[in-house]
Write a protein that binds this ligand. Structure first.
Ligand code: PLP
Length: 398
């Protein structure tokens, strides 16, 4: 079966929610993928910032294999070793004392929303999030998402989600009412085009929460787990949340998410208030334990920072060489965006398609930037190869 045949079969049976590249991927290793036609790709998408240790990392694969042969699922009616080890690692390496596990980013955010409401008590149910934010596709997380295009056609959305203007603390303060229970934000908005929240802005949000008795929830689904060069993005910004959500890179491709919080806040979720049949599944948790051990080993996060500096430098060169296409670089760690000019934005999808034709995978985020989220194990040679392909595409399209 080749790409074309797989695509025809898939298109005949799937509900059409995705615009897929015309390739069926069959194998992955490190920063490389291979499709059904035997074509090789340099992967700077990493399953949308998921496969941070690269495809089929041998230690993670071995952990999955071992756990799959021992025990796959028992539900949360029982304790399991991988889930406990994972929670211990998360607690030991974060501000949090307690963890709830789900299967995805949206589920982790749902848990955070429920916790913020139940902890704050009757009548305090409103959550303020930011314009341009992305928090998931379930009804509550879509309502929390500050992008109207994701709401359309699904109204009425769950109540109590209000959006403040990105970048302006006064716009948040103006929306705080006696009903407000929390402020929810990503330390760096990934989906809306790699938009970092500056440390000063986050500190202002923290003070608003402290002043008004609100919970601060950081959605680190995309920014967490080394993606920005520290284990969690908020660590380098000097602002600590009350609740944090994780998913994406946690299982390096196996579905797992987590919601973390302090002892005091966690006490509000008691037996029967929240649950997930598969949450913290032993196989996914075993993979996540391995992921964390590798990321926490000496030198891993420092290497992400070093590669980030190198990649930013290379992208700045591209922006300087192609002013007709790009105006600059933004982002942190290995969550980087090349800001496009108006001409670039108009041809954003075409650039991505041309890169695909060259055997390189990137995406066009927030209708504004080319987003690069390679596996964190990417080499400088692979960064050079990606940049060379990008220059080739800009030359061709010129
Ligand atoms: N939150 C953020 C910041 C995200 O980037 C995403 C996905 O892109 C989500 C939540 C939703 O995660 P999931 O698709 O795993 O539900």
């Amino acid at each position: 079966m080749n790409n074309h045949e797989w695509a025809a079969r898939g298109n005949a049976v799937f509900i059409g929610t995705y615009n897929r590249f015309p390739a069926a991927m069959v194998r992955g290793s490190g920063c490389r993928l291979w499709d059904a036609d035997g074509r090789e790709y340099l992967d700077f998408l990493a399953g949308i910032a998921v496969c941070s240790l690269g495809h089929c990392h041998p230690a993670v694969t071995e952990a999955i294999r071992r756990q799959a042969g021992a025990l796959v699922h028992v539900s949360n009616l029982f304790h399991t070793q991988p889930q406990i080890e994972l929670a211990e690692l998360l607690v030991k390496n974060s501000f949090a004392d307690r963890v709830f596990m789900g299967n995805s980013g949206a589920e982790a955010n749902e848990a955070a929303i429920k916790l913020a409401r139940i902890h704050s008590g009757p009548g305090k149910f409103e959550i303020i999030s930011l314009s341009g934010s992305f928090h998931g596709r379930t009804l509550a997380t879509v309502a929390a998402t500050g992008q109207p295009k994701f709401h359309q056609g699904f109204e009425p959305l769950p109540q109590g989600f209000i959006h403040a203007e990105f970048g302006d603390p006064a716009s948040i303060e103006a929306l705080i009412t006696p009903q407000t229970c929390a402020i929810l934000c990503e330390p760096l908005q990934g989906e809306s085009g790699v938009r970092p929240l500056e440390a000063e802005y986050l500190r202002a949000i923290r003070s608003l929460c402290d002043h008004h008795g609100l919970l601060l929830i950081f959605d680190e689904v995309q920014t967490g787990l080394g993606r920005t060069g520290t284990l969690f993005a908020h660590e380098q910004l000097g602002v600590t949340p009350d609740i944090m959500t994780l998913a994406k890179a946690l299982g390096n491709g196996l579905p797992i998410g987590a919601m973390l919080t302090t002892e005091k806040i966690a006490a509000s979720l008691v037996v029967g208030t929240h649950a997930s049949t598969f949450g913290g599944n032993p196989v996914a948790a075993a993979a996540a334990v391995e992921v964390l051990k590798i990321m926490l080993a000496d030198g891993f996060l420092a290497s992400v920072q070093k590669k980030s500096r190198y990649f930013i430098g290379r992208l700045q060169e591209v922006a300087a060489r192609y002013p007709q296409w790009a105006t600059g670089v933004r982002g942190r760690g290995l969550l980087l965006g090349l800001l496009l000019t108006e001409k670039g934005v108009a041809q954003g999808m075409e650039i991505v398609e041309q890169m695909f034709a060259q055997g390189a995978l990137i995406n066009f985020a927030g209708n504004r930037v080319l987003r690069f989220v390679p596996p964190l194990i990417v080499s400088e040679a692979e960064i050079d190869a990606l940049v060379a392909k990008l220059c080739q595409v800009f030359d061709q399209l010129a």
